[in-house]
Design a protein around this ligand. Sequence first.
Ligand SMILES: Cc1cc2nc3c(=O)[nH]c(=O)nc-3n(C[C@H](O)[C@H](O)[C@H](O)COP(=O)(O)OP(=O)(O)OC[C@H]3O[C@@H](n4cnc5c(N)ncnc54)[C@H](O)[C@@H]3O)c2cc1C
Length: 336
Amino acid sequence: MELDIGTIIVATGYDQFNPSLKPEYGYDLYENVITGLEFERLSTASGPTGGKIEIEGKEPKDVVFISCVGSRDKQVGNEYCSRVCCMYIAKQAQLVKEHIPDANITVFYTDVRAFGKGYEAFYARVQREGVKYIRGNAAEVYKKKKGGKIIVKGEDTLLGKVVEIEADLVILATGMVPSKDADKIVNLLKLPKDPDNFLLEAHPKLRPVDTVIDGVFLAGCCQSPKDIPDTVSQAKAAALCAVAKMAKGKVENEPIVAVVDESLCRGCGRCIQTCEFDAIEAKEIREGFLFVAHSNEARCKGCGACSVVCPSSAITMNHFTDNQILAMVRAPFVEV
Ligand SMILES: Cc1cc2nc3c(=O)[nH]c(=O)nc-3n(C[C@H](O)[C@H](O)[C@H](O)COP(=O)(O)OP(=O)(O)OC[C@H]3O[C@@H](n4cnc5c(N)ncnc54)[C@H](O)[C@@H]3O)c2cc1C
C-alpha cells in the first residue's frame, strides 16, 4: 500500500532473548524448562491447556523461576536491565500459587527491582503468600539420572552456600532484546540506535519520544525495555506530538542548513557518503555532463559534517559561512 502521511510513530516492540544462548539452563534439553512468555501462553484461558497450569499432563508441584536470563549479563553482551522480568516473575509466581496452592515456588534473583507504583507492595504480598526468594544466580539446570527430576543448582549469596532444588517446572525470565523485524523500517527511516541497539531518542530527558528525524516518533520497547503502563504513557505522548505537528499543517525548517555553491563543487560525492540524514544528493547540472551536490533543506539538520569533508570548500552552513566564522575568530578580544 502507498499511503500519503504526515508523521510516523515507530512502535516495533522487542524480541525475547534466545534462551539457547545460555545452554547451562537446559532450555533445548528439557521439555519442562520454558520461558516466561511460554508460561504466559500456558496459563492463559485461550492457551493449549485452557488455562490449567500443567506440564507433561501434570500439575507441577515444584516450580523454580530464574531471573535475569540474558539481562544484566556481560557474557551475552546485554548489560542492561530488562525492567519487566522481576514483576512478571512475581505475577506468574502468584498465578501458580492461585492455581496450585500447595506448590513450592522458588525464585533465583539477582536484585528485585520493584520500581513502579504498587510494585513493592505486590512483591511483599507474593512473599507473604509463600513464594521463596533466593538471592543469587542459578548456575545450571541438570538431571542426576535419566527419568529423574530436573535440579536447579545455584548459590544462595545471603547464606553463602550452594543450593540444589528439584523442580517439575523451570521458568526462565528471558529479557528483552531489540526487535529484528524493526531493522527494515529503521534503515528506511535512518534512525540511530543506542549502544544496546534499541532506537535512540532525540534527548533522554527533554525529548524522550522524538527522534532526530523530524516527524518520526518512538513508542514502547523499540526505544528500551519497559512495561505496559510506561509503553502506554509513551505511546500517548508520541500520538500527541504527531497530532500537534499535523494540526499545524506546515513545518518550519532549521535556519542553519547546508548550502552548496555549485560553481565550486567538483561532484566528488564525499558529502553524500557522510550525510547521516540523506540530505545531500547528486544533481545533474548539464545534460549527461556534470554532477554536483545539492542539499535538501527539509532533511538537513545543520550538523556541518558535509561542510567539513568537502575538499573544495563548496559547502557552508547558512548564517555560518567561513568568512563569518573567521571574522569572529579574528575579532579583537574585548574585556567586559
Ligand atoms: C513474559 C512477559 C510477561 C510480561 N508481563 C507483563 C505484565 O504483566 N505487565 C506489564 O505491564 N508488562 C508485561 N510485559 C511487558 C510487555 O510485554 C511490554 O511492555 C509490551 O508488550 C510493550 O509493548 P510494545 O507495543 O512496545 O511492543 P510489542 O508488544 O512487542 O508490540 C510490537 C508489535 O510490533 C510488531 N512489529 C514489529 N516490527 C514490525 C514491522 N516492521 N512492521 C509492522 N509491525 C511490526 C510486532 O509484531 C508486535 O506485534 C511482559 C513481558 C514479557 C516478556
